[in-house]
Ligand binder design. Structure first.
Ligand code: DGP
Length: 122
């Protein structure tokens, strides 16, 4: 059985940031993605890298999104490097679905750095 696709809600907060309806501290903006600081940082560096395409969850991505998904990870790594965290290490997280802690239903890659991280994650 294929999992049901989640209908994309155009009023979610990241869609509103993409439309510039609400402000964000944007560090990167290109053809495919935008990166900005998390409003509730869980580490000294806490960025969110999001696609411009309306993808609600990782589970809703399709093979047509392959290049965009790769671009999100390459951008996450590049931003961590630019921010000076390549040596010290950083964590990249995608929460998929409410049960995994996803609260905003526009796909986003968390980039966290600047402190120690436990494993397994909570
Ligand atoms: P998640 O739990 O994986 O869905 O992460 C959502 C993140 O989005 C959470 O760390 C807080 C952040 N966030 C929620 N609302 C806003 C907002 O309006 N602006 C910014 N910059 N971040 C937000």
């Amino acid at each position: 059985l294929a999992s049901a696709a989640l209908t994309y809600d155009q009023t979610n907060v990241f869609a509103r940031i993409l439309r510039k309806e609400i402000p964000a501290e944007i560090l990167h903006d290109d053809e495919h993605c935008v990166a900005f600081r998390d409003v509730s940082p869980q580490a000294p560096l806490h960025l969110l890298v999001i696609p411009k395409r309306p993808i609600a969850r990782l589970a809703d991505a399709t093979p047509a999104d392959q290049a965009v998904l790769g671009h999100l990870l390459l951008t996450a790594g590049e931003l961590a490097r630019q921010q000076g965290y390549e040596e010290g290490g950083y964590r990249v997280v995608i929460n998929n679905g409410a049960g995994a802690g996803q609260t905003v239903f526009h796909l986003h890659v968390h980039v966290l750095a600047g402190r120690d991280f436990a494993w397994p994650p909570g």
